[in-house]
Design a protein around this ligand. Sequence first.
Ligand code: SF4
Length: 91
Amino acid sequence: MNEMFCFQCEQTAMCKGCTGKAGVCGKSAEVANLQDQLLGALIGIAGDRSADKLVIEGLFATITNVDFDPKDITSMKRVWSMLVVWKTYKH
Ligand code: SF4
């Protein structure tokens, strides 16, 4: 996917949101979309106290300029997705 929408920080384009192929900070559309998916997975496991540390780690990875490597975000997303499945079947 080559398009993105991100408005998570004060640098956001025209105070409305970064769109297109990359943000003002250099975040690519690929990374922005992977971060959105990661956040979705984090929401899925939020509230499970045994996953608190992992949730914090995942949230930190989405902060502006922390990690723009799509491979890192993809591997985290896989872990979170597995945890969502685990949580679903645990309850
Ligand atoms: S994090 Fe980057 S892409 Fe997102 S709003 Fe800020 S400058 Fe734009």
